[in-house]
Each structure stands twice: as C-alpha cells, then as structure tokens.
Design a protein around this ligand. Structure first.
Ligand code: HXC
Ligand code: NAP
Length: 299
C-alpha cells in the first residue's frame, strides 16, 4: 500500500473489543449530548459505530437479541468513552420489543437524535439450495427489521423532533452477487426504503441515508462470506484500493451521515468499499465450489 494511503487508515482492532488508541479526525464534540439507538450494536461494525459515536460525546443504546453480549459491550464502551451506553434486548422482527426499548430509551435519556439500522443476518447459499424460510428470515431481519425500527422511532420521537437515520446497506445487489440472492434482495429493498422515507419524512426534519460497506475485516459478515480465506491468501488485488476496509472506517462514514457534517444530505447511499464492487470477481461456479467445500468441512 502506498504511504499516502497507509497514513489515511484509522486505528482498528480485529476482535469485538474497543480500540486501544484513537485519533479524532472530526471535532471530538460533534455529537455532544446526543443520543443514538443502534441495532446490532453489540458486535462488529455496529459496536465500532457505538464506540466512535461515544468518543464524539454521544450516549447510546445498543439493541439486539443477545443481552449478555450487549451488557459486556456496554460496560466496555462506557469505560473507554466516559459516556452512557444502555444494552437493550430486541428482535427487530418483533415490533413489540422495539416499542418497549424505544420507550425505555426515552424514559432514560429523554430524547433520540440518531437511529442506526445495522442489525442483519447473512450466509452464503446458492438460490437453488435456499429454503423458503431461509430467504424469508433474512428479508425479515434486514428489511422488515429496518422498517419496523424506523417506524417506531419516527412515531415515538422523530415525527415531532426530527432526527437522523443511517441504514447499513451492502453492494451485493449492484451486480447480482453470486450466492447472495437473500441478502442482496434485502439490502436493495433497504436502499429503496432509504429514498422513500427520505422523501416522506424530510418535511419533519428527518434525514435518511445509508452506508454501503465492502468487505470489512474482523467482522462476522466478512467471515461468513469466506473473508478469512481471502485474507489468508492476501488476494485483495482485485479491489482498487488493494485491501479490506476496517470497522472504524465504516463508523467514520456513518458518523458523517449521522451528524451535521452532512446537513444537506438525505436519500443518499454512501458506498465505502475501496471500489470493490466495480472490479471484484462475481463468478458463480467458483463461489459454488467454495461453498460446497465449506459444507463438506462442516460435516
Ligand atoms: C442455508 C440457512 C443457513 C445457512 C440458516 N439457514 N443458516 N440456510 N445456509 N448457512 C436457514 C435455516 O435452515 C432456516 O430455514 C432459516 O434459515 C432460519 O434459520 P434459523 O437459524 O432458525 O434463524 P434465526 O435463529 O432467526 O437466525 C438468523 C440467521 C443467523 C440469519 C440464520 O445466522 C443469525 O442470527 N445471524 C446474525 C449474525 C449475522 O448473520 N451476521 C452477519 C451479518 S453480515 P429452514 O427452512 O431450515 O427452517 C451481512 C453481510 C452483508 O449481512 C454483505 C457482506 C459483503
Ligand atoms: P455482526 O457483528 O453479526 O452484526 C449483526 C448484528 O445484528 C449482531 O450484533 C446481531 O446481534 C444483530 N442481529 C441479528 N439479527 C437480529 C435480530 N433479529 N434482531 C436484532 N438484532 C439482530 O455482523 P457485521 O459484519 O458487523 O454486520 C453489520 C452490518 O454491516 C450488517 O448490516 C451487514 O449487512 C453490514 N455489512 C457488513 C459487511 C462486512 O464485511 N462485515 C459488508 C457489507 C455490509 P444478536 O445476535 O445479539 O441479535
């Protein structure tokens, strides 16, 4: 990697731990005293978004299914940032759980300024092997989950007070990524939703934008799509920037869209993938071979 490029890459750690050091590139008080509700904030990209937001003065709620994991993450996040982080148990497929968590958030913090729709589920699977329920499950988590959470937060707070929504998307549908009909369809629907809600809720002071990450190292998403074998082979040569992205880079893009730095942006999808979708291989038979060998190994 060229030196100029290397100097641009922010700190990250590969595990679900907080950063051991951090250099601000935005004003440290950019989100001072704001409150962010982050689905899937207990791991991966969502966890780093919570950390970076808290390092910019924000309090957070991290919400997903596994409360033990969330509690541990919340403790670590508060320790590194000095801000409050509340863990809350929700399943984005069940609106009642979201309503309860949003009501608790408003009781505890008195406001919500930012919603990050980050929760998702994914795995590699060719369409012909995907069960009806598998396709439905991913659509329910990624697409219905994003709608459910957005609607609850809008009705309970954003409608009267405005706010910022950032949806975490993906580039899978741009070229019909092999073995990804479920997640690609779900994220394409979310990109449409980003624009529809931007149009309908703009007059209420709500901006709705999305970040579309490429392959991000140290994440469950990357591992599930065969990332570690790609990393081991150091075969990032097909990506224009010649590397995977990191979680802090995704958090910085999300911070931009969630903050006043992007005050005139709504309905936008910010692709943050090192140019990967333009040039990366999308060969059905190669991926099918990889998928079959993984399945054999798992047996
Ligand atoms: C084929 C699978 C499967 C797999 C599950 N199913 N895993 N089918 N291949 N690997 C099928 C099941 O057989 C079942 O169908 C249906 O999917 C529902 O499975 P459950 O296990 O009952 O669902 P649930 O407990 O709700 O779990 C949801 C999940 C799970 C998505 C299946 O993996 C999960 O909770 N994931 C969350 C973490 C995650 O995926 N992180 C990565 C996000 S990254 P049948 O017919 O048998 O009932 C991401 C990256 C995007 O989104 C792009 C990267 C470039
Ligand atoms: P991750 O760590 O597995 O994050 C997904 C989170 O969603 C988990 O914390 C999980 O927590 C939560 N979740 C799953 N199902 C849920 C449900 N039904 N209700 C509530 N929460 C639920 O994976 P990641 O790789 O960081 O992915 C984060 C986001 O980035 C996703 O939107 C993904 O599509 C996107 N993305 C990732 C990559 C990548 O390379 N990693 C690339 C493109 C896009 P619980 O298990 O506790 O519920």
């Amino acid at each position: 990697m060229a030196e100029a490029q290397r100097n641009e890459v922010p700190e990250d750690v590969g595990s679900d731990d907080c950063l051991t050091s951090y250099t601000h590139i935005y004003a440290p008080d950019l989100l001072k005293n704001q409150v962010a509700f982050i689905t899937g904030g207990g791991s991966g990209i969502g966890l780093r978004i919570a950390e970076i937001f808290m390092r910019h003065g924000c309090d957070t709620v991290i919400a997903s299914r596994n409360l033990d994991k969330l509690k541990e993450a919340a403790k670590a996040l508060s320790a590194v940032s000095g801000r409050r982080c509340l863990p809350m148990c929700i399943d984005v497929r069940q609106p009642d759980t979201i309503v309860a968590a949003v009501e608790d958030t408003l009781k505890e913090f008195g406001r919500i300024d930012i919603l990050i729709n980050n929760a998702a589920g994914n795995f590699l699977c060719p369409a012909s092997s995907l069960s009806f329920n598998a396709f439905k499950t991913v659509l329910e988590i990624d697409t219905m989950g994003t709608f459910n959470t957005s609607k609850v937060v809008y009705e309970k707070w954003f409608k009267e007070h405005g706010g910022n929504i950032v949806n975490i998307s993906a580039t899978l549908a741009y070229r019909g990524q092999a073995l990804q009909v479920h997640a690609g369809s779900a994220k394409a629907a979310n990109d449409a939703m980003t624009k529809h809600l931007a149009v309908e809720w703009g007059p209420n002071g709500v901006r709705v934008n999305a970040v579309a990450p490429g392959p991000i190292s140290g994440t469950e998403g990357f591992r599930r799509l065969g990332g570690s074998s790609v990393e081991a082979l150091a075969s990032f040569h097909s990506i224009p920037l010649q590397r995977a992205g990191n979680k802090t880079e995704m958090a910085h893009c999300t911070l931009f869209l969630a903050s006043r730095a992007s005050s005139y942006m709504t309905g936008a999808i910010l692709v943050a993938d090192g140019g990967a979708w333009l040039t990366s291989p999308n060969d059905f038979s190669t991926l099918l071979g990889y998928w079959s060998s993984e399945k054999k190994r798992d047996k």
